[in-house]
Design a protein around this ligand. Structure first.
Ligand code: GTP
Ligand code: MG
Length: 473
C-alpha cells in the first residue's frame, strides 16, 4: 500500500500525473489540475492554429504539439523540439472534476512519451500527484461526496458489467440523494426535539406518537441500506467457493472443468496441488471465486504446512464448501475429518469418479445434512447438473439490484452505528426518558450520516480511503 499522508496533499499546489496505465497503447493521457495548469500548458504546448491558449474557453479541444524547449516565436516547431502531437482539453474552474483549472493532454501513448510530458510539466512548476489526489480534491472541494469517491474506486475495480452499472449510478449521486433525504427527515425530528427543549414554556406541539412513526420509517430505510450493501459486497467481491477433499479425489480436475481450461496440474500422484489457486467465474453477473486446495491434511514439510493453513482459513471464510470424495475408495480418515469440519458450513458433497467401481459409503445422517451429487469430473460430457447445484446453493435469495449501495469499511461501521443509534432513540422515545436523551441520540444519528457521506470526516479516515486509489485518479 502506498505511503499516504494528507499533509503531502497541499491544495495550493498544481498537480500532474499520467492518468492511463503504463503500457504500449494507442493513446495516453496526462492530467494537470490547479491554478498554474494553463500557464504551464502555455509554456509546453504549441497550438497548430496560433492562439493565446491561456485564454481558451472551458470545454474546448486544441490540436498541436508538446515541445521540448522554451516556446519560440515561430508557429511551426522544429522536429527535434517536438515530443508528441497531441490534443489538449481544457476544463476551467469550477466546472471540472477537481473544480480547479484542469488540462488533459491526449498523446500517442507510450510510457516514455508520457513520462517526458509529465517531466516538462513538473519542470514548469507542477508537482507529481499522489494516489487519488484528483479525487481527493474533488471531495474536499465538494464536487463529490464520500459515497461518490467510493463509487469511483469500485468503478475502476469492477469485474462484472453489473458492478460497473451500479457504481456508475452511485457516482451519479443516486445514493447520495437517498442519504441526503434521510438526513433531512432526521433533521426534522431533531429540530422538533430542539424546539421543545429550548422553549418549554411555549406550548410547542410535541407528539411522541408521531415522532415514533416517522422514526420507524427511517429505521426501515436504514435496515434496507444495510441489506443492500451486503448484496453489493457479493456483487463486487464475489462469493467464495472452496473445493476441498482428500488428496487425489479429483479436486484439480474438477477445478479445470469448471474453468474450462487446464489451469492447474492434475496427476495421479497424491499431493499434486501444494498451494491454493484462485480463479473467478461469472454467473449471471455475480462473480464466484473458486479455490482449488491442497488435499494433504498432515503436513510433512513447510510448504504443505503453509498450504494446510491457507486451506483452513479459506474453509472458514467460504460461502460454499464443495467437499469432494473419491467414489472408488472407501471413506477415509481424511474424509471423516473434513466432514466433521463441514458440519456447520453450506456444503455440497460431491462423490467423484462415478465412472469407476464404487466403494464409498456415506451414512444416512450425513446425506441428510448436505446436498449430494455424483459426478465424474474426468468423464462426464458436461457438469451442468453440478454447476446448477452450486448456483442454487450460493444464491439463497435473488439479489435485488435496484437499490444497491457501495460502502467502504469505515462507512459500513458508521451505517451500523446509525442503526444502533436509531434503535436507541426509539428506546428513549418509548421508555420513560426525558427529551434530552432523544435529542442527543438523534444528534448522534445525524453525525453518523455526515460521516458516511464524508461531510464530517477525520483525517486518518481520509488517508485510509485515498491510499487505495491509483495515481492519476
Ligand atoms: N477415473 C477417474 N479419474 C479421475 C476423475 N477425476 C480425477 N481423476 C484422476 O484422479 C487423479 C487425481 O486427480 P487430481 O485432480 O489431481 O486430484 P486432486 O484432488 O487435485 O489431488 P491433489 O492435488 O493431489 O490433492 C488424476 O489421475 C485424475 O485424472 C474421475 O472422475 N474419474
Ligand atoms: Mg490437486
Amino acid at each position: 500500500m502506498p505511503e499516504f499522508n494528507l499533509k503531502d496533499y497541499k491544495l495550493s499546489d498544481t498537480i500532474a500525473a499520467i492518468a492511463t496505465p503504463p503500457s504500449k497503447a494507442a493513446l495516453g493521457v496526462v492530467k494537470i489540475s490547479g491554478k498554474k495548469s494553463l500557464s504551464i500548458l502555455e509554456k509546453i504546448f504549441m497550438p497548430k492554429v496560433k492562439k493565446n491558449i491561456k485564454k481558451a474557453k472551458t470545454f474546448t479541444l486544441h490540436y498541436g504539439w508538446i515541445i521540448n524547449s522554451p516556446k519560440s516565436k515561430v508557429q511551426s516547431p522544429k522536429s527535434e523540439e517536438i515530443i508528441d502531437e497531441v490534443l489538449v482539453s481544457i476544463m476551467r474552474a469550477p466546472h471540472s472534476y477537481t473544480t480547479e483549472d484542469v488540462v488533459e493532454i491526449s498523446s500517442h501513448g507510450g510510457v516514455l512519451v508520457l513520462s517526458q510530458i509529465v517531466e516538462l510539466i513538473l519542470k514548469e512548476g507542477a508537482r507529481l500527484a499522489k494516489p487519488g489526489e484528483f479525487s481527493y480534491r474533488a471531495l474536499i472541494n465538494d464536487r463529490i461526496d464520500l459515497l461518490q469517491a467510493e463509487a469511483i474506486l469500485r468503478l475502476v475495480e469492477a469485474k462484472t458489467p453489473e458492478a460497473v452499472s451500479l457504481s456508475s449510478k452511485q457516482l451519479k449521486g443516486e445514493n447520495s440523494t437517498k442519504l441526503e433525504n434521510l438526513k433531512e427527515e432526521l433533521k426534522d425530528l431533531f429540530t422538533q426535539t430542539e424546539s421543545a427543549i429550548n422553549f418549554p414554556g411555549e406550548d410547542i406541539e410535541f407528539n411522541k406518537v408521531n415522532l415514533g412513526k416517522k422514526l420507524d420509517k427511517i429505521i426501515k430505510k436504514v435496515s434496507n441500506f444495510k441489506k443492500s450493501q451486503e448484496s453489493a459486497k457479493i456483487l463486487t467481491q464475489g462469493l467464495r467457493c472452496v473445493i476441498c477433499g482428500r488428496s487425489n479425489a479429483g479436486k484439480s480436475t474438477l477445478f479445470n472443468r469448471i474453468l474450462r481450461q487446464e489451469r492447474v496440474i492434475v496427476s495421479k500422484v497424491p499431493g499434486t496441488t501444494r498451494d491454493v489457486v484462485e480463479e473467478t467465474i461469472n454467473i449471471e453477473g455475480v462473480p464466484i471465486k473458486i479455490y482449488d486446495t491442497a488435499g494433504i491434511l498432515e503436513p510433512n514439510d513447510f510448504i504443505t504446512k503453509k498450504a494446510i493453513q491457507k486451506t483452513n482459513q479459506l474453509f472458514d471464510e467460504a460461502d460454499l464448501v464443495i467437499l469432494l470424495f473419491d467414489g472408488s475408495k472407501k471413506l477415509s480418515k481424511d474424509d471423516n475429518f473434513l466432514l466433521s469440519k463441514a458440519k456447520n458450513k453450506n456444503t455440497i458433497l460431491v462423490v467423484n469418479k462415478s465412472d469407476l467401481g464404487q466403494k464409498l459409503v456415506l451414512g444416512q445422517k450425513i446425506k441428510k445434512q448436505h446436498k449430494l451429487i455424483k459426478i465424474s469430473a474426468l468423464k462426464d460430457a458436461d457438469l451442468n447438473k453440478f454447476e446448477k447445484l452450486v448456483y442454487k446453493s450460493v444464491y439463497t435469495k435473488p439479489i435485488d439490484k435496484k437499490d444497491l449501495i457501495f460502502l467502504n469499511q469505515y462507512q459500513k461501521e458508521e451505517l451500523d452505528n446509525l442503526a444502533k443509534n436509531l434503535s436507541k432513540t426509539k428506546e428513549y422515545l418509548t421508555g420513560d426518558y426525558t427529551l434530552d436523551f432523544i435529542n442527543f441520540s438523534l444528534k448522534d444519528c445525524l453525525d453518523s450520516i455526515g460521516k458516511i457521506t464524508g461531510e464530517v470526516i477525520a483525517e486518518e479516515i481520509l488517508e485510509n480511503i485515498f491510499c487505495n486509489f491509483c495515481i492519476g485518479k
